[in-house]
Design a protein around this ligand. Structure first.
Ligand SMILES: *Cc1c(COP(=O)(O)O)cnc(C)c1O
Length: 366
């Protein structure tokens, strides 16, 4: 029997498991499983998206010129060095594809973003996992795992699924410790949730260092997850390599329009950040108050909280119990987090509701 045979390394990929959007019995209730913006999308972005529907027969602007200009103007960057992708996921894949292949190593942390492993294996490269320190990125462990074969290092900051944050000095130390021919990808999908004092210095590094790529997304605080738009910034040489393997019309017209409008709506972004600040702190305190029941909150600076279950209530039982009560969370046994649930900060009502449900489950378990 002959049939097309996928490459061996493709068969080694465990498919990405997205967050559920309905409960096991098909109800659609509170989706706290994908770190989306509970406040929705900027109205200006919705209007711009709708306008994009007027020109459906035409290809989008392949150079995304207006979007690149808007990004560059906001952050004082060179528009020629802005890359855009079908979600920042695509840019992560481009980075692995352009800089790693068979025989090369790609490095990331133990509880890293699931896409890093898929992007690595897709190109036949070997994933190398650095241990964490209490769920946080450990720069010394990453540096110790670098070998002559290391081509790319992926670091999310804040990290997903842990929510942990690596300060600027540590990011600088990581960069300084890497060989100059290793690409450091700083995935800043949650950067807009950080306070002004928490700039990790990634963009400044991408401006000045020849081996740093920063990625950002419109899927999280901007509330445009459905449209699949991300962007990145790096040296002209890195950007040139990424463009060579990018799909030609990878960001839709409506998506480009919506992203530009979303970017300009500072009030919506500030409101989303303030909402998250308030309810992340509140929810964290609720989980901490269940410490005597074995629940633990991993300190988060993102729009979600990783809750660990170290007492009678297991993460699996909590996941199922919350699901029955209409709260869909993310249980990640496939990522070595069988003992944790990642819970997105929802609306006030959702956040209060999931905290109450968690308390009820923890108290019933003993
Ligand atoms: C959500 C997320 C992304 C990107 O998502 P896109 O929708 O593809 O832009 C990238 N990295 C991390 C760590 C994320 O959590």
């Amino acid at each position: 029997m002959t049939a097309p045979r996928p490459k061996d390394w493709i068969k080694g990929i465990a498919p990405y498991v997205p967050g559920r959007s309905t409960t096991a019995d098909g109800r659609k209730v509170a989706k706290l499983s994908s770190n989306e913006n509970p406040l929705g999308t900027s109205q200006h972005a919705e209007a711009a998206f709708a306008a994009g529907g007027a020109n459906l027969s035409r290809y989008p602007d392949a150079s995304a010129a207006a979007l690149r200009e808007a990004i560059a103007a906001k952050y004082g960057l060179d528009p020629a060095r802005v890359i855009y992708g079908t979600g920042s996921d695509e840019i992560l894949h481009l980075a692995a594809g352009a800089f790693a292949g068979v025989g090369d190593e790609v490095l990331f942390v133990r509880y890293g973003f699931a896409v890093y492993e898929i992007a690595t294996r897709r190109v036949g490269a070997t994933p190398v996992i650095a241990p964490d320190t209490d769920y946080a990125t450990d720069v010394d462990a990453l540096l110790a795992a670098v070998t002559p074969n290391t081509r790319v290092v992926f670091v999310a900051n804040p990290n997903n699924p842990t929510g942990t944050y690596t300060p600027a000095a540590e990011i600088a130390r990581l960069h300084a410790g890497l060989p100059a021919d290793v690409l450091l990808v700083l995935d800043q999908a949650y950067a807009e949730y950080l306070g002004a004092a928490d700039d990790d210095g990634g963009l400044a590094l991408a401006v000045s260092a020849p081996n740093v790529l920063v990625t950002r997304t419109f899927s999280k605080i901007y509330g445009l997850a459905a449209e699949r738009i991300g962007w990145g910034y790096a040296s002209a040489e890195i950007i040139d390599a990424l463009h060579r393997i990018r799909a030609p019309f990878n960001v839709t017209t409506a998506g480009q329009n919506a992203a530009i409008a979303a970017f300009a709506d500072d009030d919506f972004v500030a409101g989303s950040r303030a909402h998250n600040d308030e309810w992340l702190a509140w929810f964290t305190a609720q989980v901490e108050s269940l410490g005597n029941k074995g629940l633990r909150a991993v300190p988060s600076k993102a729009n979600f909280l990783l809750v660990l279950f170290e007492g009678p209530l297991t993460a699996e039982a909590a996941y199922n119990g919350l699901m029955e009560r209409g709260y869909i969370t993310r249980w990640l046994p496939g990522q070595g987090l069988g003992h944790g649930l990642r819970i997105t900060i929802g609306t006030e009502e959702e956040t209060r509701g999931v905290a109450d449900a968690l308390r009820e489950l923890a108290e019933a378990a003993g």
